[in-house]
Design a protein around this ligand. Sequence first.
Ligand code: F6R
Length: 494
Amino acid sequence: MRIIQTADYAEMSHTAAILILSQMLEKPDYVLGLATGHTPSGLYRELVRTEQNLGIELDRLHCFHLDEYLGLSPDDPESMACYLRRHLFEPLGVPAAQRHYVPAVSADPEAACRAYEAEMISIGGIDLQILGIGSNGHIAFNEPGTRFDLGTHVAKLSESTRAANARYFSAGVTPEAAMTMGPRTIMQARQILILAAGASKARAVCRMLQEPVSEDCPASVLRFHPDVTVILDREAASGLHWPLPHFKPLPLQVYTNDYDKLGEGETVLIAAPHPDDASIGCGGTLARLKRQGCQLHFVSMSSGHRADIPDTTFEERVAMRMQEGKSEAEVFASSFTPLNLPFYDHHYMPARRDMASLVALMEQIQPDYVFSTSPRDRHPAHRASALIVQEALREYRKGPGRPELWCYEGPWYLFERDDFNTVVTFSPEDLDLKLKGVQAHHSQVSRKRYDLASEALARFRAITVPESRLSSFGSGLQDVGEHIEVFQRLVLEP
Ligand code: F6R
């Protein structure tokens, strides 16, 4: 998340316009998602002014409207669509067929919501979604309490939103409901730009950025998005405590032999998105930590019931996978907790209850090290799990640098050369334990040889890392043994 603090509303609008125009120049068939309201109106004026001054061609631009009052057509002068048409689409010359309005007048609103989502997908999805934030923390018309996994839907507006928007209606009365992209729809945009100006937004901005992620502040869901830019004016940023907590990578560390103590007597929580990911990703290191006197706690974040296990019912698959998770932990003479978090069955969208369960477990286990997948992992369950771990750590954190976060790689996501900063060699006995850990998951290994894949990866890393990462190609090579695992190791600062 990038956070840009500007002096005032004009600078916020100008900064946002430059950012958007520079993106549109790169991709002529850009797809923009557009909020309305007071906040983005300065940005839209800037966009029109700059586009006209520079003579930029926008004839391939597609625009999707974010939300509309239920029952108002784009021709209604009080509709949000009408505002966009007059102030943005017509001056920019966006062709009529490329202006996509929320279908807020429809005999079947549910079907219309689904069709609108399908329309977004058919165009290739939204490149950049512009958002404002309500003083109650809403984004679009997703009011506090909205589930993060909701798509486009009809929403009842809160009294505070109706009061804040009454100024836009000649009769001074805001409609009671709206059709709105849901948090899940918004999160599907490749990039998000959220603007906030004025002291009335300061509290919501704080809740979005600094307080625990919660459906009580819908904007806080944006912390799970990989590419968000927040542009604030000074007043909207006035409640923030700088610097905002962030995960900072530690310097490069190489643990080759047993004299390099990895951690003695430490408590380690290993978060596996599916029951079998821990040994695959970091089993050799776990074996070594165990030998060095650490206590290991294996945690399965999901039940993994979607795994392809022929001729089984849902209940059988859950039971089977939980039993296998337990057996894996037994290989390491350690404990196993099946958290089976709900995000797995909610479009991989983490929610308050996911974080709350993990924080409660951390309070109980008091880990010094937490192992997790990386938020850059492209498998949706792995990514969601990593984000839940990071948010839980923000809430749980104990003193400076504790717990440490160790992100591991795996067959679904391999680190780039500079992504990892920790290299751990492990012994043949450790490898044996790692493979036994992977093989404890019979239902998976019988289908695909993850044991072979993870052994091959550990060997591949041991061959390539000394030259590519440790010696910068060509200079003296460091002996790291035959099998290694690599990690991105992070601490939460400040
Ligand atoms: C409007 C919208 C709303 C506004 C929010 C802030 O399309 O989706 O979420 O962004 O209510 O409104 P302003 O900018 O008027 O303070």
